[in-house]
Design a protein around this ligand. Structure first.
Ligand SMILES: [Zn+2]
Length: 96
């Protein structure tokens, strides 16, 4: 990327010795490594979570399962699939 995207107010950037760096600098903005969580859109690097969600969302969804099922937002089969996948994850952790 060679064009200016953002023009901000002036800021001073110093090196590790506290000496101000003058002249132009380039800051590259790149997409984070990893998988985009389907629920919260944060990027994470955990492999093998159900539906590729992050660890926080695994916990959140697991806690919400009774509600999701009761409100018929997820079918009984989807909830059961989730429970099995989470159990598989836990078994994998125990094996390590
Ligand atoms: Zn998430």
């Amino acid at each position: 990327m060679s064009e200016s995207v953002y023009r901000t107010t002036t800021c001073k950037i110093k090196n590790s010795e506290g000496k101000e760096i003058t002249g132009s600098i380039t800051i590259e903005v790149r997409r984070a490594d990893g998988i985009k969580c389907q629920r919260c859109w944060n990027y994470h690097t955990v492999q093998g979570n159900p539906k590729d969600v992050c660890d926080r969302c695994v916990v959140a969804i697991t806690e919400m399962l009774p509600y999701l099922e009761e409100q018929k937002l997820w079918t009984k089969d989807e909830c059961e699939w989730w429970r099995i996948e989470v159990q598989k994850m836990k078994d994998k952790w125990k094996a390590h």
